[in-house]
Design a binder for this molecule. Structure first.
Ligand SMILES: *Cc1c(COP(=O)(O)O)cnc(C)c1O
Length: 455
């Protein structure tokens, strides 16, 4: 594009004031002038960059005001309707808390608590003590520690192990098949480096034998790390050593399980089984299959847990009281044998297909009734566990399929609704999966589509 053309496009951008007085006046009344002015400036900045790069975006005041409205509506943490069929959707907040867990967190937040107070002795206590008896009973571990998340628990465990007395630079032995990236930049080799331990890789990507581990062991070995390859599968010519075999080698086995299943589901490794097999420490998330708040749980020998509790990093990784309260309530549901009904993630993952189909049909008929001009049907779909759990596990599901509109545009309008609805576009149609809908969500979806069809 000619420079002159670019210059003239840049000159045609509206002034902030003109947008505020004109098409964004209503917006300014709602959100306050300063917030809207900042959003308008941000949109104009984006348009300038687009023009500089040779684009020819819509530079009308109306388009700028719409862009600002989109920016403003996307900000702030809000309720979102998850119609993606991905139960533990990391971008949508992973596990939804049970009513009991949410109430416990609310109570811990709106009152004082014995967070770090020993009521029987009338003196300082520890925040780390409350969940310990529950975790011991559920996992069979001697001791347990709750920190901010599983990434933190892994870092803390490895740091504690790397700091142990011993010969030479501390080494941690890991299979090359388990040197994974979990997402969000959490890579096992980098976490190991951060912990101060030297990574001792063994085997190959697809095959690691027990003898590979054996050969790598020395007086420098502080631990064998077994990582659950949570978000991918290697198929074909593969071999790996299990926790039970590794536990026979001598050094402590640390099992980074991630997903944290306490109940059997889709062959996901169970925490209690990893410990029974001889792992000295099992690490898992609170907000994956456990279905609780964001947390990292370490369960295992009192020797290692004590080392972790005394490590200076524990202070930087500590879990807050809202999390601890919600986690305790979630664990109680498991102890009472009620987790499958009470914990939303467990309920969604296990709901019989008939129930999901009935919900999809109800939603589709409400949509056809309430939103004229839409072509809505019910189709089988595939839901997923998500959140780096059960990678190959497909959960049969049902979705309301919306045709008769530009699916991408419709999806964008649903995301702009209040509450926003997030579905998925598949083969030119918008799919609203019924497996991840919570009570009250169907009404919200109908309202959002009604608005979207009007707009
Ligand atoms: C998800 C996962 C983690 C990270 O858990 P967060 O609680 O998200 O920090 C660590 N290790 C494994 C194997 C995982 O699957």
């Amino acid at each position: 594009m000619l420079d002159a053309e670019r210059q003239s496009r840049l000159r045609s951008l509206p002034a902030v004031d003109a947008v505020l007085r004109g098409p964004a006046a209503g917006l300014a009344a709602r959100h306050g002038r300063a917030a809207v002015a900042a959003a308008v400036r941000e949109v104009l900045e984006g348009l300038r960059r687009e023009i500089a790069a040779g684009g020819s975006p819509d530079v009308s005041g109306r388009a700028v005001a719409e862009g600002a409205a989109r920016l403003l509506s996307g900000r702030g943490l809000r309720r979102v309707v998850n119609a993606t069929g991905v139960v533990l959707h990391t971008n949508l907040g992973r596990a939804v808390l049970s009513e009991r867990a949410a109430a416990a967190a609310a109570r811990a937040g709106t009152s004082y608590s014995n967070l770090e107070y020993d009521l029987s002795r009338g003196r300082r206590g520890s925040r780390y003590d409350h969940a310990v008896p529950l975790l011991r009973e559920l996992t069979g571990a001697e001791d347990a520690l709750v920190v901010n998340n599983c990434a933190g628990a892994t870092l803390l465990a490895l740091s504690a192990l790397a700091g142990e007395e011993g010969e030479g630079p501390p080494e941690v032995v890991v299979s090359r098949g388990q040197l994974i990236e979990i997402g969000g930049g959490f890579r096992i080799p980098e976490v190991l480096e951060l912990s101060g331990a030297v990574l001792r890789e063994v085997g190959t990507t697809n095959r690691t034998r027990l003898s590979d581990y054996e050969r790598a062991l020395s007086e420098r070995t502080r631990a064998i790390l077994w990582v659950h390859p949570s978000n991918f599968e290697i198929r074909g010519f593969t071999e790996s050593a299990g926790i039970a075999e590794l536990a026979g080698l001598g050094p402590p086995v640390v099992a980074d399980l991630g997903s944290g299943a306490l109940l059997p589901l889709g062959g996901e490794p169970l925490v209690q089984a990893a410990l029974r097999d001889g792992a000295e420490l099992a690490l898992f998330s609170g907000d994956k299959l456990l279905g609780g708040p964001q947390a990292g749980i370490a369960a295992g020998s009192s020797r290692l847990v004590r080392r972790m509790r005394r490590h200076p990093l524990v202070r930087a990784l500590r879990a807050d009281k809202l999390c601890l309260a919600a986690l305790e309530a979630t664990l109680r549901a498991y102890l009472e044998g009620r987790a499958e009904e009470e914990v939303p993630a467990q309920r969604m993952l296990r709901e019989p297909l008939e129930g999901v189909e009935a919900r999809a049909r109800r939603l589709a008929s409400a949509l056809s009734r309430e939103v004229p001009g839409l072509e809505v049907g019910v189709v089988p779909s595939v839901a997923r566990s998500g959140g780096g759990t059960l990678p190959g596990y497909e959960i049969p599901s049902f979705a309301a399929r919306v045709l008769g509109a530009d699916a991408e545009a419709l999806a964008a309008r649903l995301r702009a609704a209040e509450p926003p609805v997030v579905g998925r576009v598949h083969e030119g149609a918008l799919l609203l999966d019924a497996r991840t809908l919570l009570p009250g969500d169907e009404e919200a979806v109908v309202e959002a589509l009604r608005e979207a069809a009007r707009g």
